[in-house]
Write a protein that binds this ligand. Structure first.
Ligand code: ZN
Length: 623
C-alpha cells in the first residue's frame, strides 16, 4: 500500500502543478508578517530621524550640508555596519547609469524620462562621516556607501552619525530634480539617507540607476535651508519660523486660506513678477519640520506665485512661475485630488500638500510633488493627481519600489483613474479614460517582449506597461469582474490602513486582499503578477437539449477569469449571466446550461468589453 500511496500523491502533485488554481509559493507567514496579511505581533522596522543643515550657493551651484542621523535598531539583529544612500552619485562620471548610457524612457502622452543628468557630471563628496567623535571607515559603491560601525549595534541600540557633504546641482537630474539657471531649484534625492534594513532582505542596498525611485525608512526631520534672501520655499514639512520668512500680508492671506475651500492667492501674479525683478542681498534661513515621513525634498525660487486652500485641515498649496499656464486651476485640481484620495483610500496624514511647477516631468516626495506645466487640461490633471497619488503609495504605504514598482507606480496609477473620472465626471474624457488601459494592453502585452510585473524595474524593457498600466488594469479587472466595487475598495483600504508607515511585501498585499474579501485569489495574482499569461475566452458553439440551450465555452489562453455571457433571444431581448471562476476548476472547457423555453439566437462573451481578451472574434456566436 505504501507504493500505491506514493503513486497517488505523485499523481495529485502533477495535477496540482499544472492547475491554474495551485497555491502561490509565497514565503511562510509568521509572527512578523501574519497569515492574514497584517503586520504580526513581532513586526519591526528601523527608525531614522534626521537633523539637516544645508546651504544653497547659487554662484557655484552647490549645495553644502551637514546632518545628524539618529538610527534606532529595532531589528533582532546586531549590525556591524550601516548602508547609506548617496544618490547624487547617479551623476558621478563612473556611475552605472552613465556607463550604460541607456536611451530615455518614453511614456504614453509624450512624457520622456531621462534617468541621466544629460551629460552633467557631478556626484556627492562626503567630507565627514563620524560617530562619537570618531571618523568611520567607509566604502563607496556608486550610489551606496557602507559605513563600518565603531562597535556592533545591538538590538534596541542607538547610534548618532555626524555627516558633512556637498554636491554640484545638476541642471537636469535624472527626471527627479534639477534647476533652471539660478531662478528655480527643485531638489530631491539629495542628502545621505539610510538604506532600509528589513526582515526579508536584511540590508537593501540596490543601486539607484534611475528607475525604481526609492525604498526608505520613516522618521522625523528637522531641516534648515539657507538660501538667497529673495527666495520662497516649498518643501516637505511645516515652516517653523513663519514670522521671519513671510510678510505680514502673506501670513494674513495664509490664515484665510486655512479656512477656505477656494484658492486664496498668497502671492499674486503681479507680486511675483515685481518680486522676481528685485534684488535681495544676503541670505535667509528657513526652518522646516516634518514628522513620520520617509524623505524630505524642497523647491525654491524668487519667482513663485503661490495659491493655497484647505480641505479638512490640510493646507493645499500650489507654487508656480508667472509664465506657467494653465496653473491657476492647479490648486482646484490639487484640492479635488487630496479630497478624493482621502475619502476613498484613507485620510491624508500630514498638515500640508504642496505641488510645484517646474522643469521636472513629475516626481513625488512626502507632502511635496514636482509637476510640469502642460497645455492640455486633462494631461495637466493626470500628472498632478498622479504625483499626489504617490502620497498614498509609497509615502503612506512604504513599499519597496526598487523591487516592486507595481505596488507603487501601479497601485497609484489605478487610483489615478478614479481621481480623473471624478474630476472630469460627465465629460467624454472622464467617462472613457480608463479604457485606454485596454489599448495599452493591445500594444504592450506582446508575447516574447512582455515581462512579468514581479521583475525589477531596472530589468523592465517596457516600464510604462509593467509598472504603471498593467497593474492598473489588473486592479480594475479585480474590482469589476472578480470582487465587486464594495468588497474591492474595502480590501484595498484595509491594506492601506494596515501598512500605513510600514513596509509591506507582495505576500502581505495578496494575503490582505484574500483576508478581507474571503476569496482565494492565488490564481489571479499568479497570472497577472508572476506570468505574462494572456486571456482568450471563447464561445465554441451552441446546442440544445429539450428546453435547455447549451453554450459551449472554452478558455483558449493561459489566463483564467470569470466569464460574463450575454444571451440574445429570438424576440430581440438580451440577458447577461455571470459564471464564477470555479467554472474552470475541471479544465479549459465549460458548458453553460441555460434553461429557458425562449429560443437563444446568439451569445457574446465579455459583452461590455472589459477584458484584455486577445481574440474578440471568437467571443460571439454566430461568428
Ligand atoms: Zn509615479
Amino acid at each position: 500500500m505504501l507504493v500505491f500511496l506514493i503513486a497517488t500523491s505523485l499523481a495529485l502533485q502533477s495535477v496540482a502543478d499544472t492547475s491554474p488554481f495551485r497555491a502561490l509559493p509565497l514565503p511562510a507567514p509568521g509572527r512578523i508578517r501574519s497569515a492574514s496579511g497584517a503586520p504580526g505581533p513581532d513586526y519591526w522596522q528601523q527608525r531614522v530621524d534626521y537633523v539637516i543643515r544645508a546651504t544653497l550657493d547659487t554662484s557655484s551651484q552647490t549645495i553644502r550640508g551637514s546632518e545628524r542621523i539618529h538610527y534606532v535598531n529595532h531589528s533582532p539583529d546586531t549590525l556591524a555596519f550601516l548602508w547609506v544612500q548617496i544618490e547624487q552619485n547617479l551623476f558621478a562620471p563612473n556611475s552605472i547609469t552613465y556607463a550604460l548610457s541607456q536611451p530615455p524612457l518614453h511614456f504614453a502622452g509624450g512624457a520622456v524620462f531621462d534617468f541621466t543628468g544629460k551629460g552633467f557630471t557631478g556626484g556627492i563628496t562626503i567630507e565627514r562621516f563620524m560617530a562619537g567623535g570618531q571618523a568611520l571607515k567607509r566604502t563607496e559603491y556608486g550610489t551606496m556607501t557602507r559605513v563600518e560601525l565603531p562597535r556592533p549595534l545591538p538590538p534596541r541600540g542607538v547610534i548618532d552619525c555626524d555627516v558633512a557633504w556637498h554636491f554640484p546641482i545638476p541642471p537636469y537630474g535624472g527626471g527627479r530634480m534639477g534647476r533652471i539657471g539660478t531662478r528655480l531649484y527643485e531638489i530631491g534625492q539629495w542628502y545621505p539617507r539610510l538604506v532600509v534594513y528589513d526582515d526579508v532582505h536584511g540590508w537593501n542596498p540596490l543601486p539607484y540607476i534611475g528607475a525604481g525611485e526609492f525604498y526608505l525608512e520613516y522618521g522625523d526631520f528637522d531641516v534648515t535651508l539657507t538660501l538667497p534672501a529673495g527666495f520662497l520655499v516649498a518643501a516637505t514639512g511645516t515652516v517653523a519660523n513663519p514670522l521671519a520668512m513671510w510678510t505680514a500680508e502673506q501670513r494674513a492671506r495664509l490664515t484665510r486660506a486655512r479656512v477656505s475651500v477656494e484658492p486664496v492667492q498668497i502671492v499674486t501674479k503681479a507680486e511675483a513678477t515685481a518680486h522676481g525683478a528685485q534684488r535681495f542681498p544676503g541670505t535667509k534661513t528657513w526652518h522646516l519640520t516634518a514628522r513620520q515621513v520617509r524623505d524630505v525634498a524642497w523647491a525654491a525660487s524668487p519667482d513663485f506665485r503661490w495659491d493655497a486652500s484647505s480641505w479638512h485641515g490640510v493646507l493645499i498649496q500650489t507654487f508656480y512661475r508667472p509664465s506657467a499656464t494653465p496653473w491657476e486651476e492647479a490648486n482646484r485640481m490639487a484640492w479635488f485630488t487630496i479630497k478624493h484620495f482621502s475619502e476613498t483610500w484613507g485620510m491624508y496624514p500630514w498638515p500640508q500638500a504642496t505641488t510645484v511647477e517646474g522643469l521636472v516631468e513629475g516626481m513625488e516626495y512626502p507632502m511635496l510633488t514636482f509637476v510640469p506645466s502642460i497645455d492640455k487640461r486633462e494631461d495637466q490633471y493626470w500628472v498632478l493627481t498622479h504625483e499626489f497619488g504617490h502620497e498614498w503609495f509609497p509615502m503612506i504605504v512604504g513599499s519597496d519600489e526598487r523591487r516592486y514598482p507595481w505596488m507603487d507606480e501601479g497601485f497609484n496609477t489605478f487610483i489615478d483613474y478614479g481621481s480623473a473620472e471624478g474630476y472630469f465626471k460627465g465629460t467624454a474624457y472622464g467617462d472613457t479614460v480608463r479604457r485606454e488601459l485596454l489599448g495599452a494592453a493591445r500594444i504592450s502585452a506582446v508575447p516574447g517582449n512582455e515581462q512579468p510585473l514581479i521583475d525589477k524595474p531596472v530589468e523592465q524593457r517596457d516600464l510604462a506597461w509593467a509598472a504603471y498600466q498593467k497593474p492598473a488594469l489588473m486592479l480594475t479587472v479585480l474590482r469589476d469582474a472578480v470582487l465587486g466595487k464594495e468588497t474591492f475598495e474595502r480590501a484595498l483600504r484595509e491594506y492601506v490602513r494596515r501598512w500605513k508607515f510600514k513596509h509591506p511585501q507582495p505576500a502581505d498585499f495578496f494575503r490582505t486582499i484574500a483576508d478581507v474579501s474571503g476569496r482565494d485569489l492565488d490564481w489571479f495574482w499568479r497570472d497577472w503578477v508572476y506570468t505574462t499569461a494572456r486571456l482568450d475566452q471563447a464561445v465554441d458553439s451552441l446546442g440544445s437539449a429539450g428546453d435547455t440551450t447549451l453554450v459551449y465555452l472554452s478558455n483558449r489562453g493561459q489566463m483564467v477569469l470569470p466569464l460574463t455571457l450575454e444571451l440574445k433571444f429570438a424576440d430581440g431581448a438580451t440577458e447577461s449571466r455571470g459564471y464564477p471562476i470555479e467554472m474552470w476548476n475541471l479544465g479549459s472547457r465549460f458548458t453553460a446550461r441555460v434553461a429557458t423555453p425562449r429560443r437563444v439566437v446568439g451569445v457574446v462573451v465579455d459583452p461590455k468589453g472589459i477584458y484584455p481578451d486577445i481574440d474578440r472574434a471568437n467571443n460571439r456566436w454566430p461568428r
